[in-house]
Design a binder for this molecule. Structure first.
Ligand code: KG4
Ligand code: ZN
Length: 349
């Protein structure tokens, strides 16, 4: 019998619901994005985010069921993002999920958002090719993690960012360059017209560790801008017309992704992993993906979910929940949100 899970995701600025069968077949995937609203503030405004989640969640869940041509009678469990994420935003999804689970008599499964990003890959046609150990490079607006996945649900964290997440760095630099929020995709676009060698921005290698650092890189971009336009109040006024945005974007992007690529490939080589999975919002970046494919050509195959499943969605939450589902599973109705929840042994689940 196929197991159908209704997933709910509200950890940041997308209100999302989806129905997934057996952790790999997408029956529906509904996302109501708040990006247009937050773009006015140049970043996610947490109080506004939770208010919009409240307004949207009911309809998003309804649409997810409708589009999957199912009712709650056809669902076996409700999955919801417990964390990490914004507390107010997580609360909306958690409470909606608890209400639905309680009302329909279904078990509730709390899911780690990062685990969700990984299991997005299990919704693709390449799922049968995946082998453990698998190196996971998880790159998003909130996280930059290098992980060895030894088995399903078995994660060994090698390292991660010690300051800004790489997506956060893209967003902050985007703001400095006068690009719309979120900066990541706009920087990638601008970089296509630029020269990646125009500026020699620093690469933070943090030798001897698997960690990353991006805040120095961001400061170097700011310093370069200030050299030319000392009075430019970045983020608060339009960028000066003469700012070499494409060159700055291309040089920043090259510095940011070079370190990610190098460490991920070395991690694969040192852990006898023949595959690298790059997941999370920043994995939408084609320069990162192509750079990884080229650099890993002799040692590892690179996988990445399609664009729509890279950024936040609820299908990935339902797919991850399937790994925790078993008949007679005890509902986590008493569980609470976990705004800071590192990926690892599921001690807090
Ligand atoms: O996974 P995600 O949707 O949300 C979090 O869990 O954080 O990731 C969003 C992040 C943002 O920082 C956004 O700028 C970045 O992913 N992003 C990109 C690209 N598309 C999205 N960064 C670089 N290049 C892109 N094409
Ligand atoms: Zn995410």
């Amino acid at each position: 019998m196929a197991i159908r899970i209704l997933g709910i995701e509200t950890s940041c600025d997308e209100t999302a619901a989806a129905v997934v069968e057996d952790g790999r077949t997408l029956l529906s995937n509904v996302i109501a994005s708040q990006i247009d609203v937050h773009a006015q503030y140049g970043g996610v405004f947490p109080e506004v985010a939770s208010r919009i989640h409240i307004e949207a969640i009911h309809e998003v869940v309804k649409q997810a069921l409708l589009k999957a041509h199912v009712t709650l009678d056809d669902i076996h469990a409700i999955a919801v993002t417990r964390g990490p994420g914004l507390a107010g935003s997580l609360l909306v999804g958690m409470n909606a999920a608890k209400g639905i689970a309680l009302g329909a008599g279904l078990p509730l499964i709390g899911v780690n958002h990062l685990e969700g990003h990984i299991y997005a890959q299990w919704l693709t046609e390449h799922v049968d090719e995946l082998r453990f150990p698998l190196i996971v490079l998880l790159v998003s607006g909130g996280h930059t993690e290098l992980i060895v996945m030894k088995e399903h649900r078995d994660y060994h964290r090698l390292g991660g960012t010690i300051d800004d997440a790489v997506g956060e760095a893209f967003d902050k630099v985007g703001r400095l360059l006068g690009l719309p929020y979120p900066g990541g995709p706009h920087i990638e676009q601008a970089a296509k017209q630029g020269n990646a060698e125009a500026f020699n921005f620093p690469r933070s290698w943090l030798e001897g560790t698997w960690d990353f650092s991006f805040s120095g890189l961001k400061t170097s971009v700011l310093r370069e801008i200030k050299k030319r336009y000392p009075d430019y109040n970045a983020g608060r006024e339009p960028a000066p017309r003469g700012l070499p945005v494409p060159d700055l974007a291309a040089s920043f992007q090259a510095a940011a992704i070079e370190v990610l690529i190098e460490k991920a490939v070395q991690a694969a080589e040192q852990n006898d992993a023949g595959q690298i999975l790059v997941a999370g919002g920043v994995s939408a970046n084609k320069a990162l993906k192509q750079g990884l494919i080229d650099r890993a050509a002799d040692s590892a195959t690179v996988y990445s979910p399609p664009l729509a499943l890279c950024t936040d969605n609820a299908a990935m939450i339902a797919a991850a929940a399937f790994q925790h589902y078993e008949p007679g599973i005890v509902s986590q109705l008493a569980s609470d949100i976990t705004p800071t929840w590192p990926l690892g042994p599921l001690a807090t689940a």
